[in-house]
Design a protein. Structure first.
Length: 608
């Protein structure tokens, strides 16, 4: 590793000075409950997430001791494990400095801005015309099987909705929802708020009632009003998602987005997914830009928009995160007050997809969010667009309800996923599913030319290579399903296994840091193995100091504000594990945040 010592003053140094003079040491005045917060965007707030190892009360005490005197905790969400801290814009402390201070506290997982998300729609002048969205997704054919079920609940997390609209009143439950923007129990929209009503109607305007339009499914609706005037805070939206899951929603529609990836939003989506609800979200209306968040989160279905000719809408976001597409141009649906209009936007495509998913849930009531998502994607129709535009294809209502009595599904895993020669691999079929109302009675494997039976089996491969492994499961009614995977086996020396070749390099140094100085050492590490696959960078420093570790992949000199990876716990023991493709040159920075002493820096590189 080549080495460079730096004593320059950086942005981080200024933060150290501030902390040392006591700016972070005052106790904030604490508001004990949410009431009194203004509706809509809350850009003067920071969201602070706790780790799983501490309680919210303990984390709050830690936060209160770390924030400046002019800041205060103004909101908590115990289910998602976060709190909101208000930092006045005209105060002496900046949000960046408070965030950096909070991220260093024990028991704190993250700190981030309470960004503003906006509704995805581009409303036209109100116009009446023939609907095309239900026909395009083959809803009338699906209705021959079912128009949906009131046992299936779609939560519309959006602006308020006119839940007594002539075409929606039969769908909304008696307790229609909650207003997180105004913090009251009535999500009815103020004058001019049309979005949530229109979204509700796209998904579930009452079918065959002789009034207005037809949605995609007859499902129960609930509404979380989280957007006021078309935009809302991340915290309100996260709280609305969590509330919807706790209220028993099967599907949560999110025709909103913006603000980029963040931990609070990801946590809310994961909470919903893990508690029985499938989040479905609009991809965004930025004309070819990457899919927006929350749609781009792993546990959320991202929906792009197409027109009635099945062309991608010119406003739709696209990219590898698109899962399915749906009609989103001039989609006719209810708006306040007891009226109808055609709107454009991925905001309209998302609830159409949600309505199709609700039909799937009605015919497959035992499906988990993961299984319902898989069914929605596998039943979609390829309409000839690129995968970045259509994902798995255009959602299809007829396909998703085609077989209400689903057969068995063969699923298996192998551990390790790429075994070595003569290493015992375990094959596990316990994730296989029986037909609804039935059971599985047989598991038959074909591995390396050998037939085995059982839910779990072991096998050792005698030579390296690619092997096709087949599993067939049999249900009590005689139905079967077969799945196949390829297992790659390395040679006795490791072959294609990461770690077959190793290389290590260690340097030692001494630093002194604190508000009076900025001590840091820079290093460059050039990859040494023939086929690099992974590296672990370890910093071991003095127990009485706080040293931090920063890394870049392209060899540029990291700083405390410009880096690709970082580890900065409250002590001097830091570690970064990074995956390698072979093109990297690692830039490394050891920064003495506080204290003095000797350290060692080690890079352990693995190759194939």
């Amino acid at each position: 590793m080549t080495h460079e010592h730096s004593g320059q003053t950086s942005r981080r140094t200024v933060l150290k000075s501030t902390a040392a003079t006591g700016a972070f040491l005052g106790l904030g005045s604490v508001v004990s409950a949410t009431p009194g917060r203004d509706p809509g965007p809350k850009e003067d707030e920071i969201l602070v997430g706790k780790s799983d190892t501490v309680g919210l009360a303990s984390a709050r005490s830690t936060v209160e001791s770390a924030i400046p005197s002019e800041a205060s905790v103004v909101h908590e969400n115990d289910a998602l494990g976060y709190m909101a801290v208000k930092v006045p814009d005209d105060g002496p402390s900046t949000q960046d400095s408070v965030i950096e201070r909070l991220e260093r506290q024990p028991g704190i997982e993250y700190a981030e801005r309470n960004v503003t998300l906006e509704a995805f729609y581009e409303p036209n002048d109100p116009q009446f015309g023939n609907q095309y969205a239900p026909q395009l997704v083959n809803a009338p054919e699906a209705w021959d099987t079912t128009t949906g079920s009131s046992d299936v609940t779609i939560a519309v997390v959006d602006t308020g909705a006119q839940y007594d609209h002539e075409d929606l009143a039969a769908q909304y439950r008696d307790d229609p929802g909650y207003d997180f923007a105004d913090d009251d129990s009535d999500p009815y929209p103020p004058s001019g708020e049309q979005h949530g009503t229109h979204v509700s109607g796209c998904a579930a305007a009452t079918i065959d009632n002789g009034t207005g339009t037809a949605g995609i499914s007859d499902s129960t609706l609930i509404n979380a009003r989280v957007l006021g005037g078309g935009s809302g805070s991340l915290s309100d939206i996260a709280d609305g998602i969590q509330w919807a899951a706790d209220e028993g929603a099967d599907i949560i529609n999110l025709s909103l987005g913006g603000g980029g990836a963040n931990e609070t939003g990801r946590s809310a989506i994961n909470y919903a997914f893990e508690n029985g609800a499938l989040p479905i979200a609009a991809a965004g209306n930025d004309s070819g830009s990457p899919v927006s968040y929350p749609a781009a989160y792993d546990n959320c279905v991202a929906v792009s928009a197409i027109d009635e000719n099945e062309n991608i809408a010119n406003f739709s976001n696209v990219g590898p995160n698109v899962d399915v597409c749906a009609p989103g141009v001039d989609v006719l649906a209810p708006v306040p007050t007891d009226d109808y209009a055609g709107f454009d936007g991925t905001s309209m495509a998302s609830p159409v997809a949600a309505g199709v998913a609700a039909l799937g849930k009605a015919t497959h009531p035992n499906h988990s969010p993961s299984e319902l998502r898989q069914l929605l994607e596998e039943s979609a129709v390829d309409i000839g667009l690129s995968s970045d535009e259509q994902g798995n294809g255009r959602v299809d209502a007829a396909n998703i309800v085609e077989d209400g009595s689903e057969g068995p599904s063969a699923i298996f895993s192998v551990t390790p996923s790429n075994p070595d020669v003569d290493e015992t691999a375990e094959f596990d079929a316990r994730d296989s599913t029986p037909p609804e109302g039935g059971s599985l009675t047989g598991y038959e494997w074909s591995i390396d030319g050998v037939t085995k039976t059982g839910e779990t089996v072991d096998h050792r491969f005698g030579s390296e290579g690619d092997y096709s492994v087949e599993l067939t499961v049999t249900a009590a009614n005689g139905d079967t399903d077969t799945t196949t995977q390829t297992v790659t086996v390395g040679d006795e020396d490791g072959g294609d296994q990461c770690g077959a070749e190793t290389s290590s390099d260690t340097v030692a140094g001494y630093l002194s840091g604190g508000w009076w100085s900025s001590g840091s050492d820079n290093y460059t590490y050039t990859l040494d193995t023939a086929n690099p696959c992974q590296a672990t960078v370890t910093l071991s420093g003095p127990s009485s100091a706080d040293f931090d570790l920063y890394l870049t992949y392209d060899g540029r000199t990291p700083t405390t504000s410009d880096y690709d990876e970082a580890s900065y716990t409250p002590d001097s023991q830091e570690e970064l594990m990074v995956d390698l493709s072979g093109d990297e040159e690692l830039g490394l920075l050891v920064d003495a945040y506080s204290g003095s002493g000797s350290y060692t820096l080690t890079v352990d590189e693995l190759g194939k």
